[in-house]
Structures are given as structure tokens and as C-alpha cells.
Write a protein that binds this ligand. Sequence first.
Ligand code: XLS
Ligand code: MG
Length: 344
Amino acid sequence: MSRFKYSAGPWNVNTGADSYGPATRDEIPLEEKIKKFAELGFSAVQFHDDDAVPNINDLSEGDIKNEARKLKAVLDKYNMAAEFVAPRLWFNPRTADGGYMSSSNQDREYAMWRSYRSIDIANELGCDLIVLWLAREGTLCAESKSPIWATKRLVESIDKMLEYDKKIRIAIEPKPNEPIDRSLCGTIGHALAISAATIDPSRVGGNVESAHAVLAGLDATNEMGFALAFDKLFTVHLNDQNSIRFDQDKVFGVENLRSSFNQIKLLCENDYGKNGEYVGLDVKAMRTTKNEDRYKHLENSLKIAKALEDKAMRFDYEFQKKCVENRDFEALEMYVMNLLMGLV
Ligand code: XLS
Ligand code: MG
């Protein structure tokens, strides 16, 4: 039995296409993914605006709400909740130079249109959380925009969302680079500074993704802990990452098991989920994975997360206290290794 409610996104089950080659697996209809997520033990689905409402750019505001309502019926059929909606601001030609930080007024307006529609969709799906993964917010050419100007545009855009809907909450998902060269909001510290500058900081927090923290050269547990210290960890994206390179979204725990354990332990210790937060996974299958195995990475991530929950429950806090008093961190570290290796 898990103490958490887990969620996954439809993009977590993809075709395997990457920047270097075409699909290696078939596309799966959304309803089939939702059904399978429910079977695997997930409680909620994470959505991009256009996962929820395909062809969103061609539809009117009314039609978008109608489509979202249809999706809500599908979610209800499988007893699944929607966790959040994230405007996918990195795919459209109008966001080539970013969304909220684009140098073009018109393109910034388009980014706001997508953000308002995401809020409308969230309302129809019965969730109050918008995730902003700021994919193209920053610079490709360092001299192309002022970081001060761009940062202020982000605050302004979030303020507009907060004004548009008095209940909606925003979780910034920081990432230091990729696809942008230099992000302007690369860590949870940046996200919380942005939060503090908005008209309602209580409704702006973060979504810490394990892999993104690694890409920033930081520790995912401490990033999550930093947000928790200010009640700002609105959600998490658990996954794993082999050092500082392209974003890998690996199965949770397969690269940095000790860090993954500490992430789960932190969430357990702080009663994460008490305000309804989900433990989100954001994992990708390897490109080599065949059609018949295309949910395995999600299944495995869930198994590992739950196994680490068990380990966290068994953590010997008395022993830890003694080690800290004696400043015997060698013993403490070895205890953690033994725990993870199944030797205690
Ligand atoms: C990509 C992000 C993305 C967000 C949702 O790196 O992790 O998947 O979580 O927009
Ligand atoms: Mg993510």
C-alpha cells in the first residue's frame, strides 16, 4: 500500500521519435492510455492543453470547453482525476522565440491565449493547477533580450493568469536549459523568487522534476526540500537522469538510487500529499522499447517509488540520531547503503 496518490502524463507513453529519428512505436489513443494508467494504479492524469483538447489552435473558446467536458467524462469513466493542465508553449511557430518572454507582442498575446485556455480546460476537468514548464523562456542568442525585461514579462504573465481566475494555482517547473540554451528560471529558487513577486504568492509554487535538478547540477531532494520549507511544492516530477546532458526522463531510481530514496524519504517525512498533492512521474520509455512493452517504464517507476516508500518507512531514525550525535557519518552512510542493498 502506498501512502501517495500517483499521476502520469499521456506524453509519458510516446512513439519513441526523437530529434534524430522517427517513431519506433505506434501512437495510442488517449482513452486507452487513461484506462491503462488506472489499471497500473495511477490516480490522476497530467495534461498539456493540447493533450486534453487536440487542435486547440483551431477551436473557439466555447468548443475548447466542450471538448474538455468530453474528456472529463472519459476520466470519470475510469475513476481518474486530472492533476494539472500545462500550456504547451514550445510547439507552435508563434513560440519560436518563447511564449511569455517572446520579443514579439503578438506572440506574447498568443502565449496568454493558450494560458487562459489551459485554465478553462483545468476548470472543466475539475482541477485547479496549471504547470508552467518554461521550455523556450530564456535566450538562444544571449544578446537577443534583456534578462531583466524577460523576467518581468514572466511575472506579468503569471499575474494575468492569477487575475483571470481567482482560484487557479500555478506551479513553475524549472529547468536550466533544453530546448532553450540559457533559461531564465532554472531552479526552484528562481521559481520562488518569481512567486514572491506576483500579486498572490500563495497561489504560485513549483514543480520540481528530479532530472531537471540534475541538469542544473543540483540535488533534487534539496530542491524539493527548499520548496517544502516555504509550502511551495505544489507537485513533483519524479524521474532520473544520467548527469548533465540531454534531458532523459529515465525510470525513477535507475541512475541515482540513493538520491531517489532521499526524494521519497523527504516526501514521506513531510507528509507530502496532505493538501491533495500527487506524486507525479515524468518518465520516457527508451527508444528501443517495443510496442508490447511501452508501459513498462511507468510500471517500473511506480514499483521502484513504492519500494522506496517501504525503505523510507523502515529508516531507523534512532540510529541516525546517534550517528549525528557522534558525528559518525561514515556509519550513517553505510547504514543507508545497507538499507538500499537489502542488507538490513
Ligand atoms: C519537459 C517537461 C515536461 C513538463 C510538462 O522537460 O518535464 O514534460 O513536465 O510540460
Ligand atoms: Mg516534467
